[in-house]
Write a protein that binds this ligand. Structure first.
Ligand SMILES: N[C@@H](CCC(=O)N[C@@H](CSC=O)C(=O)NCC(=O)O)C(=O)O
Length: 279
């Protein structure tokens, strides 16, 4: 297996480690981070929370800023944080922060030049979990969460694969990318102009068609600069209410779009997932 350990730091009795590997889906070298709680061993495989980060992030933002290790260690949950796009000098890019490297949107691109490497859906859905399962002492119980672009990724991935995750949560997710300037820009570049294809990666559209009831938690800050123009949580909540979906949607006065918000409520998300991962 082509897996190289890049760093290791003991944290709350467990280990935070970074790895690099050659990705088949993306056709480039990729880095991811894993937090292994102290309980994890070959004789005691632990459940996994996959965390998908937002625009401009790497595997490092969540691990360094969210303050998740203490609760993950207490609950005995591993956390995997991948990068947000393919990377490298040979990988297509754009000068803008919301397209190209750091902005993969967790979809499979169909349009040149992006279609050569931008297959983040396959990477997160198939390749990475297989690699994690084969390499680390983890069980087959998985949950998924994310922030902003990563919140879109987490909910979209979970709705497209009923039964794969026990629960899904998100901070400030782009829940309706087909109606968000960030989503419109990225989906036009990566998928072209056929909006029917866009809808296959849109959480609000997927929820309309979903017949599986997956426990879902969303936290949204009310002082988030991106709330009205980009995030549009009301579109998702309206569909969830109509379908009597098990969504807990919480709004928080004064919180913005940053990791200060995520770190304020990450423990609630870990407890939420732990409950479902162990039931
Ligand atoms: N113009 C800003 C936008 C980047 C930004 O806010 N990124 C967020 C995610 S936004 C949606 O996906 C983020 O998580 N940033 C990293 C961090 O550590 O805070 C900019 O370029 O800063």
């Amino acid at each position: 297996m082509n897996l190289e350990n890049v760093s290791a730091n003991k944290s709350f009795g467990g280990w935070h480690k970074q790895y690099s590997h050659q990705s088949k889906s993306l056709g480039c070298a990729m880095q991811f981070a894993i937090y292994l709680p102290p309980q994890a061993s070959e004789s005691n495989p632990v459940p996994v929370l996959y965390w998908l980060s937002g625009l401009t992030c790497t595997d490092e933002n969540f691990m360094q800023k969210a303050g998740a290790h203490k609760m993950a260690a207490e609950l005995g949950v591993a956390i995997v944080a991948p990068d947000t796009s393919p990377r490298g000098d040979d990988v297509a890019n754009d000068d803008a922060y919301d397209l190209g490297q750091g902005a993969g949107f967790y979809i499979n691109a169909t349009q040149a030049p992006w279609d050569k490497h931008y297959r983040m859906y396959d990477y997160i859905n198939d390749e990475l979990p297989e690699l994690i399962k084969q390499t680390f002492p983890v069980s087959d119980k998985w949950a998924i969460s994310g922030h902003s672009m990563g919140g879109h990724g987490a909910i979209m991935m979970a709705l497209r694969s009923p039964g794969k995750y026990t629960s899904v949560s998100a901070f400030s997710p782009i829940v309706n990318p087909v109606k968000s300037p960030w989503g419109e820009k990225a989906f036009t570049a990566y998928l072209g102009t056929d909006k029917a294809l866009w809808k296959e990666y849109d959480s609000t559209e997927l929820l309309k068609k979903s017949d599986v009831k997956l426990p879902l938690l969303i936290d949204q800050g009310l002082s988030d600069n991106f709330l009205a123009e980009q995030l549009k949580p009301q579109n998702f909540v309206a569909v969830a209410t109509e379908k009597d979906y098990p969504l807990t949607y919480r709004e928080h006065e004064g919180y913005d779009h940053s990791y200060y918000f995520i770190s304020s409520f990450i423990e609630d998300h870990l407890e939420f997932h732990s409950k479902h991962l162990s039931s």
